[in-house]
Design a protein around this ligand. Structure first.
Ligand code: RIB
Ligand code: CA
Length: 318
């Protein structure tokens, strides 16, 4: 069996790509999907998660619904201009036939991590509320997981939700500050690297022409997302934020990393900004960072290899 992974997710077009990529990777064993608001409200991202698993023929994987609002404020609302009215790039009603587990996301995360101490990786593709809720209820969770890999944040580059903040972190800065400060092994795959990974139009065309059921779903989901990137970022193709985390799990050596404590701004116009402390550590660190654990922050990536891995996994089978 591959490396056991729980995917906490807000599908979401790029989440769908990441989930399908993980399912097609024998190096990984997807234990569960836990859902969160972000690209759409939680009831919608939950239906999308169920639909993605049904499409891939993996209804053996449980789905647990997560928080509907951030810790401190109400959910800001969906982004249909990026991910479509249904959160999967379209307007058709998504009606899965399978159902969620009774347990909520935070409890599913704790239970599965407790069942296999030291083995399970948490792959977080949306706002970090479920992880923060799980940590608050079960502080020993930090010793139970193997690694936490987060798509989110921007250490040295501008934001995408605001001029300074990345969307997942901006959707729940309080949760993100708790998760980056928890003291577990954590890797940040943020815009510093995901804005270096452009999946070009020609490769998108190859993926969406493939005959496997996941690719057929993506053929429906990607066009609106692609049009959004082409219009707003002036690129031919799309940034593959969430799939880059799966590439990190498969081949961490294609990323370069720095090791900095990270705080998340919770105030004012820079709310949601991830701030690394690149200077003094320990007692000489500025008070806000003093005593904070170090985060493995991805700052460089072989983008061509991420594209190659993604295309390989999404075009398999059929
Ligand atoms: O900023 C990119 C992130 O925000 C991705 O996880 C995308 O799916 C959205 O949630
Ligand atoms: Ca996401």
């Amino acid at each position: 069996m591959g490396r056991p992974v729980i995917i906490d997710t807000d599908p979401g077009v790029d989440d769908a790509m990441a989930i399908l990529m993980a399912l097609a990777s024998p190096e990984l064993e997807v234990l569960a999907l836990t859902t969160i608001f972000g690209n759409a409200a939680t009831d919608r991202t939950t239906r999308n998660a169920l639909t993605i698993l049904e499409t891939a023929g993996r209804t053996d994987i449980p789905v647990s619904a997560g928080a509907v609002d951030p810790i401190a404020v109400p959910f800001k609302g969906p982004v249909p201009f990026v991910h479509g009215e249904n959160g999967l790039g379209g307007t058709r009603t998504i009606s899965p036939t399978t159902e969620v587990t009774q347990a909520l996301a935070a409890e599913t995360i704790y239970t599965l991590a407790s069942d296999r101490p030291g083995e399970v990786t948490l792959l977080a593709l949306g706002p970090l509320t479920n992880l923060a809720v799980a940590l608050d209820a079960h502080p020993d969770l930090i010793d139970l997981v193997d690694e936490v890999v987060v798509m989110g944040g921007n250490a040295l580059v501008p934001g995408n939700a605001t001029p300074v903040a990345e969307a997942n972190i901006n959707n729940d800065p309080e949760a993100a500050d708790a998760v980056f400060g928890a003291g577990w092994p954590i890797t940040m795959v943020g815009l510093d690297v995901t804005h270096q990974v452009n999946l070009p139009g020609a490769v998108i065309d190859t993926i969406t022409a493939a005959s496997n059921p996941g690719a057929r779903l993506l053929a429906e989901a990607i066009p609106l997302y692609r049009a959004f990137f082409e219009a707003t970022n002036n690129i031919d193709g799309i940034y593959v934020h969430d799939p880059s985390t799966v590439a990190y799990l498969l081949e961490p050596d294609i990323f370069t990393t720095d090791h900095w404590p990270v705080r998340v701004e919770t105030e004012s116009f820079s709310r949601g900004k991830t701030w690394p402390n690149m200077g003094d550590t320990d007692d000489a660190a500025p008070p806000a960072w003093r005593g904070r654990p170090v985060v493995n922050v991805c700052t460089g990536v072989n983008g061509d290899r991420v594209v190659e891995l993604l295309a390989d996994r999404l075009t398999k089978g059929g």
